[in-house]
Design a protein around this ligand. Structure first.
Ligand code: URA
Length: 211
């Protein structure tokens, strides 16, 4: 890009800030791609042995709200995308019922590899994988993290969480807010909990978009 290019942009009234902003987006994409390359090769815990592929996450890289689940399931492991199975479809439909789109937000998991038979990741497996999520959070910089299920909450709070008692609360974590709620897979097994999950997600969205 030569000086003429910038002169023409200025004459057209286009602010240079947009150029800087675009560079920032490119940096975010590059950094997330680097994490993806790392996780595809990761052997820090044994979950790599049975994975088809690691699943980084997807969505708006400038999202104010990030959903964090437990770990990929069979569909996610096969497709390389988070929350695309039955639980994911429920999450997406709740977001839509609240008048939003899944693409507005970023969706990821504590663990990037599917545990065999979808078992809950162990605390050690969570600890080994957590730095990848921390890097994603640093890059995307959401205001709110909505933690789906007790396992995701345990990884952040570093203690066992009784999700039925602790859901719905807003918790300070670093410079962010955490909102703990049920995992959509739990709601599939207990349909009467759907309204509660929806209420918590509504709260997370409202907090994310508040000033
Ligand atoms: N359950 C999760 O916790 N994460 C997914 O991506 C899918 C199902």
């Amino acid at each position: 890009m030569d000086k003429n290019y910038f002169r023409i942009l200025k004459e057209l009234g286009i602010d240079e800030i947009f150029v800087e902003k675009d560079n920032m987006q490119q940096d975010k994409i590059k950094l997330l791609k680097e994490i993806n390359e790392e996780i595809q090769k990761c052997t820090k815990c044994d979950l790599y042995k049975s994975r088809t592929q690691a699943v980084l996450g997807e969505g708006n890289i400038n999202a104010k709200l990030m959903f964090v689940g437990e770990a990929p399931g069979a569909d996610e492991d096969r497709l390389g995308r988070p929350f695309v199975g039955r639980a994911g479809k429920l999450l997406t439909s709740i977001i839509e019922e609240l008048g939003h789109k899944r693409e507005e937000f970023y969706i990821s998991n504590i663990n990037k590899c599917r545990p065999p038979n979808n078992r809950t990741p162990t605390p050690w497996e969570q600890e080994a994988c957590f730095p990848y999520l921390e890097k994603q959070i640093q890059i995307i910089n959401p205001k709110v993290l909505c933690l789906l299920g007790a396992a995701a909450a345990r990884a952040f709070l570093e203690r066992n969480v009784a999700i039925t008692k602790e859901r719905g609360q807003i918790i300070n974590w670093k410079d962010k807010y955490l909102i703990l709620t049920f995992h959509p897979a739990y709601v599939l097994r207990n349909p009467s909990a759907k309204d509660t999950l929806k209420e918590d997600i509504k709260k997370a969205i409202e907090l994310a978009y508040s000033d």
